[in-house]
Design a protein around this ligand. Structure first.
Ligand code: BGC
Length: 364
């Protein structure tokens, strides 16, 4: 799996122009090593998680500006045909690298294959496109994300002295490979407890497209199905967690039933401060954006960096060169770390309603 630190791709060796930039080369079929880097990014939507617009866009811009490269960041707003149109426009406009967060593997693969056929370098950003052709995959260790959620829920259930708690699952989108990995992670912690009859497996549903509104309806149905007895909710991200909390509130169960999350969103952190959410998982998106930006720039110069790690694409059977960053569990007492990292500001989180809780949590 481990190779040298930096290898020059064949295309870079063949190119006569070396690594020098040569102005506007839109539509040219020159090898990528002679092109001025221009990076296109397609974000998936702005509703399944606040992160895409509030963190990813911001930190990608920060990384591209620091590297002084041209870029174009667009959001497909959960529309698969818009996703393809944006990709086509970016390719026509002469991007040297395309970074995508796919809406599903099928449409993601079509976009990656087309880019590849036009000599555009490709990166799977955050979500692996199964059966795809991206040259790199940059994300977090997503199974560990799920493991932290499972451990977090277990910790909060212990703190509540829950006896044989019924645990409901709100999984992420069935078309997102990350959702599969998150579930593998939390199952690794919770399944042994179900098997040992320490916990009781309650209702489980996947939320199509991570739709937060649908998640509330789904959770309400789960609560009805369980005759009101759900003692813990494994929600795959903060948006789904907030949907469950809204229904728990309606039933005066908020604060009694621990709920997990992910993304350290302002809303998620506030729900933790209020005692309605057990934990979230912080992923330092600044590092993810920087790693992806570095790779995209290297590819544009015809260089091929060795990331020292690969991930097996279970569908395509490919070992995809990858960067996998480390996620961190966040509880009330370390929310301050997320703020100190510049991911969210104290002003955003500690509004009047949360001021007292912020002080108690040592956020100064
Ligand atoms: C990301 C999560 C995000 C979810 C919904 C996943 O692929 O890894 O951070 O909450 O998509 O957008």
């Amino acid at each position: 799996m481990r190779k040298g630190i930096l290898t020059i791709a064949a295309v870079g060796l063949l190119a006569t122009g070396g690594l020098t930039a040569c102005g506007d080369d839109s539509g040219s079929d020159k090898p990528s090593s002679t092109k001025t880097p221009k990076i296109g990014v397609i974000l998936p939507d702005s509703k399944s998680s606040a992160r895409w617009e509030t963190a990813d866009r911001r930190f990608l811009e920060e990384a591209f500006k620091a590297a002084n490269v041209k870029y174009d960041i667009q959001n497909a707003q959960n529309d698969k045909s818009a996703f393809q149109t944006i990709a086509d426009q970016m390719i026509t406009s002469g991007v040297t690298a395309l970074m995508i967060v796919n809406l599903d593997s099928g449409t993601g693969k079509a976009v990656l294959d087309k880019a590849k056929s036009q000599g555009v370098a490709t990166i799977d950003y955050d979500r692996l496109t199964l059966g795809g052709s991206a040259q790199y995959y940059v994300s977090f260790d997503n199974e560990t994300v799920g493991k932290l959620q499972g451990e977090g829920l277990a910790k909060c259930l212990t703190e509540k002295n829950a006896k044989n708690p019924v645990v409901a699952y709100l999984n992420g989108s069935p078309t997102d490979n990350n959702a599969t990995l998150f579930k593998a992670g939390y199952d690794s912690v919770l399944k042994p407890k179900f098997d040992a009859k320490e916990y009781v497996k309650g209702p489980e549903d996947s939320v199509p497209e991570w739709d937060n509104t649908q998640a509330a309806t789904i959770f309400e149905q789960q609560l009805t199905k369980a005759n009101g007895r759900i003692d813990g909710v494994l929600a795959a991200n903060d948006g789904l967690g907030n949907a469950a909390i809204s229904i728990l509130k309606k039933n005066k169960l908020n604060g009694k039933v621990p709920v997990t999350g992910q993304d350290a969103s302002t809303e998620g952190l506030q729900n933790i401060l209020a005692g309605d959410q057990c934990m979230t998982v912080y992923k330092a998106v600044r590092e993810e954006a920087k790693a992806a930006s570095d790779l995209a720039i290297a590819l544009a110069k015809g260089e091929k960096k060795d990331t020292g790690q690969t991930v097996k694409d279970p569908e395509g059977g490919r070992d995809v060169p990858s960067v996998l960053l480390t996620p961190k569990a966040i509880y009330k007492d370390n929310i301050k770390d997320v703020i100190a990292d510049g991911y969210v500001t104290k002003e955003e989180v500690c509004t009047a309603a949360y001021a007292k809780a912020c002080t108690e949590a040592g956020i100064s």
